[in-house]
Design a binder for this molecule. Structure first.
Ligand SMILES: Cc1ncc(COP(=O)(O)O)c(C=O)c1O
Length: 392
């Protein structure tokens, strides 16, 4: 079969490939600690499951409006305004099966050959993949350990050209868990206004923050009309498998993103959307407990990694990833990630799976039990010790 040329430009998300390889080792009877996929290990809170099941039993089994149920769109706008201080109405919101389609649709709707889009590197791999897919030029904005894995705004400014159309930011971020502070976000907002850029603000980890505050770029003057907030239920409500996310955007973009929904999914599952209403309007205690558990585990894994000679690990303020520096092993990121999985039974992701600036790092998701994290730390220590001999 002769594929379209654009398929050569589409990338992928390595986490899913590593998961398949790690599961194949599980099937052979190997004991693997899974720190590869970015999802909460907790189950979806019971009240949300009940709302979804009840919806299925009471007739929510049909097609619905492509942009989402009006009640859910209104609940999302209300949640954003409460939690971020934004000023959205339900009509600004498009509901999608997961947050990822918002990335896909917005990039597809805005970019074409000749445009440039700036994206974080290392960053969520789908940004670069989708920019390339449209034929636009993907311009990496390096995310550096020296800057606490926040974006260097001076460096960002130097990357803006008259062709720059879209700027993607992600805070708290995947894979580094870096968090942008208010001053940094404000300067980015000023640059976007000054250079007439559209901003895709991926805020999917906004609730998973341990120190400081989550600041949404949409709250700065002149910016909401050029910003799309991407968020969803996957991480905050442990709902990755349900597939429920959304974008909040200027009203004039809504019909276009809606048209992409009509052309691809028709609509998001009705029962899942009903569960989403319960998630936003019901009790939030389980979310709080989950975040407290993540914070404890963050300290466990960061302290544990820093105690291993040859590894250094920054203590992130949000999300549930650590991005330890593994250069002292003498291996590349890919070599060390493969070695750690194949020889020591810990599945993690090479930093380079998130872009070229991820060389020298490994991404580990600590959304796992304390017991598994302790086991993983022992194995990482053994791997680092033996890697130093293997690499010479
Ligand atoms: C930064 C970032 N954005 C978006 C997504 C997509 O999330 P969803 O499962 O809602 O599609 C992820 C998932 O890993 C992510 O890490």
């Amino acid at each position: 079969m002769k594929l379209a040329e654009r398929m050569n430009r589409l990338g992928t998300e390595t986490a899913f490939e590593v998961l398949v390889r790690a599961r194949a080792l599980d099937a052979q009877g190997r004991d693997v600690v899974h720190l590869e996929v970015g999802e909460p290990d907790f189950d979806t809170p019971g009240n949300i499951i009940e709302a979804g099941a009840h919806a299925l039993q009471t007739g929510w089994t049909h097609y619905g409006p492509s942009a989402g149920l009006p009640d859910l769109r209104a609940a999302i706008a209300d949640y954003l305004n409460r939690s971020r201080g934004t000023n959205y109405a339900g009509d600004n919101v498009v509901v999608t099966p997961g947050g990822k389609p918002i990335m896909f649709f917005v990039i597809l709707a805005l970019l074409e050959a000749g445009d440039e889009a700036i994206y974080p590197n290392p960053g969520f791999p789908i940004y670069e993949s989708m920019i390339n897919f449209t034929g636009a030029t993907a311009v990496p904005s390096p995310i550096r350990e020296e800057k606490d894995f926040a974006l260097d705004v001076d460096e960002l400014e130097a990357l803006i050209t008259p062709r720059t159309k879209l700027l993607i930011i992600n805070s708290p971020s995947n894979p580094t868990s870096g968090v942008l502070n208010r001053q940094e976000i404000e300067r980015i907002a000023q640059l976007a206004v000054q250079h007439d850029l559209t901003v895709l603000a991926d805020e999917i980890y906004s609730e998973i923050i341990y120190e400081g505050e989550h600041v949404s770029i949409s709250t700065f003057p002149g910016i909401a009309e050029r910003t799309i907030i991407l968020d969803g239920f996957s991480k905050t409500y442990a709902m990755t498998g349900w597939r429920l996310g959304y974008g909040a955007m200027p009203l004039d973009l809504v019909p276009h993103i809606n048209k992409l929904m009509v052309n691809s999914n028709s609509c998001t599952s009705m029962a899942v959307q009903r569960a989403g209403i319960e998630a936003l309007t019901g009790p939030q205690d389980e979310v709080k407990a989950m975040i407290a558990a993540f914070q404890r585990r963050r300290d466990l894994i960061v302290d544990g990694l820093n105690a291993i000679p040859g590894i250094s690990c920054h203590r992130p303020k949000g999300a549930f990833y650590v991005f330890p520096n593994i250069t002292a092993t003498g291996m590349t990121s890919k070599q060390f990630a493969d070695y750690l999985l194949n020889e020591h039974g810990v599945a993690g992701i090479a930093g380079t799976s998130f872009g070229s600036y991820g060389e020298g790092y490994l991404r580990l998701s600590y959304a796992n039990s304390d017991e598994n994290l302790v086991k993983a730390l022992e194995r990482v220590e053994a791997a680092v010790k033996s890697a130093q001999t293997v690499a010479v």
